[in-house]
Design a protein around this ligand. Sequence first.
Ligand SMILES: Nc1ncnc2c1ncn2[C@@H]1O[C@H](COP(=O)(O)OP(=O)(O)OP(=O)(O)O)[C@@H](O)[C@H]1O
Ligand SMILES: [Mg+2]
Length: 255
Amino acid sequence: MTFAQPKMTARDVSVFYGPKQAVKSVTIDVPTDEVTAFIGPSGCGKSTFLRTLNRMNDTIPAARVEGQIALDGEDIYSAGMDVVQLRARVGMVFQKPNPFPKSIFENVAYGPRIHGLARHKSDLEAIVQRSLKRAGLWDEVKDRLSDSGTALSGGQQQRLCIARAIAVDPEVILMDEPCSALDPIATARIEELIAELRGNYAIVIVTHNMQQAARVSQRTAFFHLGQLVEYDATDTIFTAPKEARTKDYITGRYG
Ligand SMILES: Nc1ncnc2c1ncn2[C@@H]1O[C@H](COP(=O)(O)OP(=O)(O)OP(=O)(O)O)[C@@H](O)[C@H]1O
Ligand SMILES: [Mg+2]
């Protein structure tokens, strides 16, 4: 499945950990302004592939990436690519909420400050407020911005991490099982948030929850044993998959 103007493109991307190949020649387009879900059994390479999209595998010494990945047509693995800048444009939210051991305000202000997005204190305050509002957290924290981010509930921490990613004005947001540590109410809140953010960002979400993939995404990619088996409109993947392996997985036959 290809798009006229994809936000990101991956061509023949393989990832190795030492001699072991975790991702096998994956070719995919990530659309602009839509939510793409990555599904598949544990260990099939979803997180590994997701991390290639903002070069987070660079931080894993044994990992080696082959193939081409582009953001708006620009090769993100080229020698001239500023990786810090790239990770601001392609933000990431992890499975376990990981706020900095700093205040709620500082968690969100940190990125805009290091990227020079705010000239004055008032600009920074405006960015923090806007980001927390967009992440649906403002009302709950506006009177306690100097409290530690780690003192929030798990669901609030995850929304804080989303606010932190949004604060630097990213183009793409990668989410690796962002709800797996959350209760159903906090999960529903994050899903609503994803629906609200959709349209402003290209969002890629890894999930083990089939209902969640069906609810939040417009495109779904099914991975198995390091390969991209099938990629299509979410409705098609869940109602009329073309590949037997996809069908077996979504009907719970394995995984
Ligand atoms: N840092 C690492 N060093 C070595 N091997 C790794 C590393 N990270 C992942 N792997 C291996 O790469 C393969 C793919 O792992 P990955 O974490 O990408 O799978 P996943 O689809 O995200 O699984 P899960 O659904 O359990 O999160 C697995 O065989 C895993 O053991
Ligand atoms: Mg994973």
